[in-house]
Design a binder for this molecule. Structure first.
Ligand code: SF4
Ligand code: SF4
Length: 499
């Protein structure tokens, strides 16, 4: 039965419509603040410090000095307006502060006031503003209405990246003791136990053993899900949602089947049992590094030759773009493979080599579309070819099912719409924002559905999968219409007797 919302769910129509501006429409939407223990555990003051304005302004100066990109973003906006209707949170809410340029201006106006001559002497003329309580409240509200998806930057003639501005604002807020509960609590769990869920090693071992039994019951093949096996070829670093959540778990089973069938030895590590790296969302280099270092430590301890990431969007951004600088060098690994690799790259290569065979009819009851996840689409690559992050997942889907249909071109690839739950916003205290922010993707899903009677949307991001499982019912779809790409792979894979 459809969920009864406590807010008005946007209506799907024939096509996406730019909403009327509705000032303050989402001013009430704020995530829970972190408790002192959450903030302190990741290196920040427990509560808002007394001299927060002074410290916050100083931190802003340090961030701008340390990042030429941030300075360019703050200095170069010409208010052309090209980004205004590109953010899913504006399209879903009509709140003008969710226009990317307005969101940036919350920070830019403080930067102007304190770090530009014009702002110091003619503040009103250049839109410079103080970092006062009202401003801090606006920052907390609206920088937690940005999923750091980077869609706006694709349409900005100057490439201004609002996600970087949002990360800077969150880092400043953490520095003065105004952290967000969801992200900070999770980062602390990873530092303590190795994963977002706080799953200790015995629970992980039980879960993996249970999955092995399920697979054996299901297909009568002894597919293993090994934990902490020294000398394995591959260390799989995957989002911890893969160990327990639906539909993620079927993706994990798919990876296991691929490794099994290809004869590649692999292992999960209980020390680095998390691909997600929420340090990215709060703009914290130190927390990103601390999380990434666990992967390096696990790889060394287990003596693996390769590191493979499971289906997780922002984890792949951190892995692809930053893992080597955060936790490298990885010169102890097999130099024939990139560090890290994505599971889609592994499966794609095995398909190219003819080492995986599929019975595509096993997925014949499914008519599938694919959701490009933001961090994969706009912040990383896959494979050796430009655009591999778009073609490789589609190649893998088409190799494992007969009925694939893309959503409208202005909603896929580089132009993809965020699921609405990325960037540290996948929390129940932000459900209204998540539902409304999902509108553009839900509209595109409806359009491909109207044309091709789609049954499933596949994705390669743990956050997208959790988000869609939550929001699909709000728009009249079923929560189990979202699936992992490796579920399709696992369900169609043909096992040869020698394995
Ligand atoms: S990065 Fe994404 S969520 Fe943030 S303002 Fe731009 S389009 Fe909106
Ligand atoms: S598209 Fe770029 S330059 Fe134009 S208003 Fe938006 S951020 Fe500013």
């Amino acid at each position: 039965m459809a969920k009864q919302p406590e807010f008005e769910v946007p209506k799907l129509g024939k096509k996406l419509v730019t909403p009327k501006v509705n000032v303050g429409a989402m001013a009430h939407s704020k995530p829970y603040e972190a408790r002192p223990g959450h903030n302190e555990a990741i290196g920040y003051p427990g509560e808002l410090i007394d001299n927060w304005q002074e410290v916050g302004i100083k931190k802003l100066g340090q961030l701008v000095k340390g990042s030429r990109a941030l300075q360019v973003y703050l200095d170069s906006c010409v208010k052309c307006g090209a980004c205004t209707d590109k953010c899913h949170y504006f399209l879903g809410t009509g709140d003008p502060n969710n226009m990317p340029v307005a969101r940036q201006d919350l920070l830019r106006s403080v930067y102007r006031r304190h770090y530009t001559l014009a702002g110091k002497y003619l503040p009103k003329l250049v839109g410079a503003r103080e970092f006062d309580q009202e401003m801090l409240d606006d920052w907390y509200t609206y920088f937690h209405q940005c999923s750091q998806c980077r869609r706006c930057s694709v349409y900005c003639p100057y490439g201004i990246d609002t996600s970087e501005v949002s990360m800077a604002a969150r880092e400043i807020m953490d520095t003065i003791g105004k952290g967000q509960k969801y992200t900070n609590e999770i980062i602390a769990k990873v530092h303590k136990l190795g994963n977002n869920l706080g799953l200790p090693e015995p629970a992980l071992a039980d879960t993996l053993a249970g999955l092995e039994e399920d697979i054996l019951d299901d297909i009568n093949v002894a597919v293993k899900l090994p934990l902490d096996v020294k000398g394995a070829e591959v260390l799989l670093v995957t989002p911890s949602a893969d160990f327990f959540a639906e539909p993620h778990i079927d993706g994990l089973i798919g990876y296991a089947k691929v490794f099994h069938q290809a004869g590649i030895s692999w292992t999960v590590s209980s020390h680095a049992s998390e691909a997600a790296n929420f340090g990215l969302f709060i703009g914290s280099h130190d927390n990103m590094q601390k999380t990434a270092l666990r992967i390096c430590e696990a790889a060394l301890e287990l003596g693996v030759k390769r590191i493979v990431f499971g289906e997780c969007g922002h984890a792949w951004r951190v892995g692809y773009s930053f893992l080597n600088t955060l936790a490298g060098p990885f010169d102890f690994l097999d130099s024939r493979y990139p560090v890290p690799q994505h599971i889609i790259e592994v499966t794609h290569e095995l398909i190219q080599q003819g080492r995986l065979q599929f019975d595509k009819t096993a997925n014949d009851e499914k008519r599938v579309t694919f959701h490009d996840s933001c961090n994969v689409a706009r912040a990383s690559r896959m494979g050796a070819q430009v655009g591999g992050q778009f073609t490789l997942p589609r190649d893998v889907i088409k190799a494992s099912c007969n009925h694939f249909f893309d959503m409208p071109a202005n909603t896929t690839g580089e132009a993809t719409f965020c699921c609405g739950g990325g960037g540290g916003l996948l929390t129940d205290d932000l459900v209204e924002l998540r539902v409304k922010g999902a509108l553009p993707r839900m509209q595109a899903f409806k359009e491909v559905n109207d044309k091709h009677q789609i049954t499933h949307m596949a994705a390669i991001c743990a956050i997208c999968k959790s988000q869609f499982a939550k929001v699909l019912p709000y728009y009249g779809f079923e929560m189990d219409q979202i699936i992992s790409v490796h579920q399709l792979v696992g369900d169609a894979l043909v096992f040869s007797p020698e394995h």
